[in-house]
Ligand binder design. Sequence first.
Ligand SMILES: Cc1cc2nc3c(=O)[nH]c(=O)nc-3n(C[C@H](O)[C@H](O)[C@H](O)COP(=O)(O)OP(=O)(O)OC[C@H]3O[C@@H](n4cnc5c(N)ncnc54)[C@H](O)[C@@H]3O)c2cc1C
Length: 293
Amino acid sequence: METLSTHSHNYDSGLMERLLFRVAKKWVAGYGAGEAVAAALGANSRGMSAILNFLGEDTADVSAVEQTVSEYLSLMDMMHARKVQGCVSAKPTQLGLAIDYELCLQNFRRLADRARELGQFLWLDMESVKFAEDTIAIYLKLLDQYDRTGVAIQAYLRRSASDLLHILEHGGKVRLVKGAYHEQEEHAFSTREEVDANYVKLMKMLFESKSYFAIATHDSSLIEEAIRMNVSKKFEFQMLMGIRDELKGELVGRKFAVSEYIPYGSQWLPYSVRRIRERKRNLLLLARSLIQQ
Ligand SMILES: Cc1cc2nc3c(=O)[nH]c(=O)nc-3n(C[C@H](O)[C@H](O)[C@H](O)COP(=O)(O)OP(=O)(O)OC[C@H]3O[C@@H](n4cnc5c(N)ncnc54)[C@H](O)[C@@H]3O)c2cc1C
């Protein structure tokens, strides 16, 4: 028998989800691929390339992984048909890394095959540190066969300088980010100063390499540092949808290559929680939306 409290719990969680989505949709294109493609075309019209991500992570179920692969394949076709300038970026655990390494590698190969057919690039997101080793191994295996692929490296991880060196030795392409997950001190720098200093160190390694790379941050001082280090323009800036739009426009105006990362899909909650946590003001935004309902 259902109790009153079950009812009120369901009501509360549905309401909470709707209120949270009001805030989340600042960072997320919507639930479907059509909305993501429309947002990508919008980014293109503002002089940026688009990087689309179908939200989902830590998938433990093989059939859900298979659905995710199908989603990415049809998204890539749709991007091609609608003449989107851009590519996709996938998380290893949504392609099966939490289940089986070989399954994940095989799935990335399927996406890379399609990307190659369509002339698109393919990015691998980086998740929590327990997946870092396998993600890099998968990336280097892919790189053997698919040149137009790249992987995210997180400046907050202590291991990242040696990972980056290893990837650059293989001619790999890297998206440098600060890092978005909660990690233990043994793995990650904990102060902003240490993370930023490591970001600058890794960025210098990228500028000294021959590889293409992406500086993925909204941090003005790191962006200015990149502009100071730049001599050859073999890199791009990448920023997330809904964050610092005026800065994106300014960089496009200064003739830098800029890509906007655009997530979509029903699994928007963990992604949005990471965005809310990054900035105190976003908590206020959330509180205001709760009050206004
Ligand atoms: C294209 C792209 C891809 C990414 N891929 C990955 C990945 O694969 N793995 C991973 O761990 N992380 C990834 N990240 C996230 C990244 O690790 C950081 O968590 C995120 O970019 C915030 O750090 P920041 O470099 O912008 O610096 P911060 O110091 O956090 O922010 C600098 C400034 O940017 C603005 N800002 C930053 N975040 C917000 C926000 N949420 N809301 C409003 N303003 C904000 C503020 O003005 C802030 O002062 C990616 C980021 C980008 C841009």
